[in-house]
Design a protein around this ligand. Structure first.
Ligand SMILES: Cc1cc2nc3c(=O)[nH]c(=O)nc-3n(C[C@H](O)[C@H](O)[C@H](O)COP(=O)(O)O)c2cc1C
Length: 337
């Protein structure tokens, strides 16, 4: 039987950490935090293999969004978000997590997190841990209030990966250029039947969190009607309402770089959440190679844009999206949906 999506995974309690258990049992507990990571279409495309003090983390290509994400950029960014949650939780429970990255030519897993029982030399901000269970993606129009300067400054400094550059766009000219690229991308994507069918599938299976009826209606709309214009108008309005648009760029453009981008994004998303700042990734511009190039031009960078997201304030509460249970993602099991 394939496991059902559930919201109960969000009830993880730090007090249940198996302090007297083996390192492998403790590592498995950390994965309860890893699976709360964000992922493209909530596809949760990660797989974990536990062995002693090592957690190997890879991409499960059965959940790869091959229409939206042909170059697997979002696949590995999503995996990177799970790697980062794992590291944040490991530090909280007294480990120094060491991440080793692997070349996929010769390895099945893209990263190995090794748990060392020691004080981290360069610890992550402690508030990131509580934010793992409170973070959620917001799709609301933002209030267009500027970010609190101290919070903006902390966000600008939170990224640990030297190879990932964070651009915080808050000038109206570049924001306008990004919102136009977004509109163009939405029209192109929604005009592509394979893109719409794939999105419809993920809405329909409930991963994006709607009620059954709403999910069915949403799926029908996305699969059968041309909603490109509506999406374009709505999404460019969302970008214009954001006081800051964040873009992560990198010099190189390979799976390991994308995993590091995912880690950097999750550091930002968790810190933002702890500061009351809403976060909303918007990927369509990056999904079209020529628009991705034009985004780099708008940012005046020669690096490769990897991930784009809005940052801002809203009073609208967001419900958590569901997850498959942890067992679904453990390497030797074959009961994935
Ligand atoms: C790589 C990546 C790309 C994403 N792209 C989009 C996007 O284009 N539009 C959107 O609304 N959300 C996007 N998201 C957010 C996911 O839809 C969201 O993380 C997922 O549904 C799980 O919900 P949660 O973040 O509230 O836990 C993206 C997330 C990631 C990690």
């Amino acid at each position: 039987m394939p496991a059902a999506l559930t919201g109960s995974v969000w009830q993880v309690e730090a007090d249940d950490f198996p302090s007297d258990g083996s390192t492998e049992e403790q590592a498995k507990f950390l994965l309860r935090y890893a699976i709360l990571a964000p992922s493209s279409h909530n596809s949760q495309p990660w797989v974990f293999d536990l062995s002693g003090d090592e957690i190997r983390i890879g991409a499960d290509e059965s959940r790869w969004l091959d229409a939206a994400d042909p170059d697997k950029r979002e696949l590995y960014i999503s995996v990177g978000c799970a790697v980062e949650n794992c590291c944040v939780a490991a530090e909280h429970f007294g480990f120094e997590p060491q991440v080793e990255y692997h070349d996929l030519e010769s390895a099945d897993f893209v990263a190995t997190v090794t748990l060392r029982e020691s004080e981290p030399a360069n610890p992550r901000p402690p508030e990131l841990f509580d934010a793992i269970t409170t973070r959620a993606t917001s799709h609301s129009v933002f209030d267009n209030e500027p970010l609190v300067p101290e919070a903006r400054e902390r966000l600008a400094r939170v990224v640990r990966e030297d190879s990932v550059t964070l651009h915080l766009v808050d000038d109206s000219e570049t924001n306008g250029a990004i919102s136009e690229l977004q509109a163009e991308a939405d029209r192109l994507q929604m005009d592509d039947p394979e893109y719409r069918a794939e999105l419809g599938h993920w809405i329909g299976n409930g991963a994006l969190g709607s009620s059954w009826l709403a999910a069915r209606i949403g799926q029908a709309v996305v699969t059968h009607l041309d909603i490109g214009d509506r999406e374009a108008k709505q999404n460019s309005k969302l970008i214009r309402s954001a006081p800051v648009v964040g873009v992560l760029t990198t010099e190189t453009d390979d799976p390991v770089t994308r995993v590091k981008t995912g880690q950097a994004f999750e550091q930002i998303a968790l810190l933002a959440s702890s500061e009351g700042i809403a976060v909303h990734p918007m990927s369509q511009t990056l999904e079209r190679p020529n628009l991705r190039t034009r985004l780099a031009e708008a940012l005046r960078t020669t690096e490769n844009p990897q991930h784009l997201f809005r940052l801002g304030y809203t009073d609208n509460e967001v419900d958590h999206t569901p997850r498959w249970p942890l067992e679904t993602f453990l390497a030797d099991r074959g009961d994935r949906d």
